[in-house]
Design a protein around this ligand. Structure first.
Ligand SMILES: Nc1ncnc2c1ncn2[C@@H]1O[C@H](COP(=O)(O)OP(=O)(O)OP(=O)(O)O)[C@@H](O)[C@H]1O
Ligand SMILES: [Mg+2]
Length: 236
């Protein structure tokens, strides 16, 4: 099977202006994912896991290296150098991202947020409404919250909404940054069920998991990162 993503020599540093210091968050990262695989990244806090996902989604501009993504629309495209316009298209239609920290849009209801996500993919209102209800029900988001603003939601509620928003798109490639971190066991199980369902539908996933034990039976391979470098790649 073909690689949907091939990362070669990825590096990213940050300048800490107040300390007049440069820190290398990640260095010389190589990673590949075949279409349909589910890959886990593990490692200590601060080791550079989120930085890798942010470079792929291009919230961070990589400093060095290439991120080859095999796009339906553009063919092979290097996400390290793609234009902002291309990235906007890919984020809308092909690449999904559930962030570790939740920034929610102000004054948009939970229902609207999920619905917008579906409409962006080109579905009509009616389909969007049906799929939204299905997804919010799946994550057992309290019905009273559906039409309120997520700014006041609890951490776990925001997280469930965020996951619902990303998953409802059924993206080709889904990036998950600790999607189960602040969830109780029942909610974790629901995330796992959806991951399984997306896998069956052919979505490729790259996920950071604090507790990979929970996902081990779904995961094809694991990359372990230490101080910005991959140490081992384990096949299950
Ligand atoms: N925007 C930024 N500006 C400055 N330093 C940053 C920035 N983003 C990340 N870093 C630094 O890069 C390193 C890697 O951070 P990263 O967020 O990738 O770690 P992580 O492995 O995801 O950690 P955690 O498990 O705590 O989420 C850390 O030392 C962090 O302080
Ligand atoms: Mg992180």
């Amino acid at each position: 099977m073909e690689n949907i993503l091939s990362i070669e020599g990825l590096a990213k540093s940050f300048t800490l202006h107040n300390l007049n210091k440069q820190i290398k968050a990640i260095n010389n990262i190589d990673l590949f994912i075949k279409e349909g695989e589910f890959i886990g990244i593990t490692g200590k806090s601060g080791s550079g896991k989120s930085t890798i996902l942010r470079c792929i989604y291009r919230t961070y501009l990589p400093e060095d290296g290439a991120i080859w993504y095999n796009s339906t629309r553009f063919g092979p495209i290097n996400l390290a150098t793609a234009t902002e316009r291309e990235m906007v298209y890919l984020r809308k239609h092909e690449i999904g991202y559930v962030s570790q920290f939740l920034n929610v849009m102000p004054r948009t209801s939970a229902r609207e947020l999920v619905k917008q996500s579906i409409i962006e993919m080109g579905h009509d209102e009616e389909v969007a409404e049906i799929e939204t209800v299905k997804m919010l029900e799946h994550f057992e988001l309290d019905r009273e919250l559906w039409d309120s603003y997520p700014a006041t939601f609890s951490g776990g509620e925001k997280l469930r909404l965020n996951i619902a928003r990303a998953m409802v798109k059924r993206p080709r490639l889904l990036l998950l940054d600790e999607p189960t971190a602040s969830l109780d066991d029942a909610s974790k199980q629901r995330v796992k069920m959806l991951i399984e369902q997306l896998m069956n539908e052919g979505t490729t996933m790259l996920g950071i998991f604090h507790d990979l034990e929970f996902m081990k039976d779904l995961c094809d391979r694991e990359y372990n990162i230490q101080e910005g470098k991959f140490l081992t790649s384990t096949k299950f």
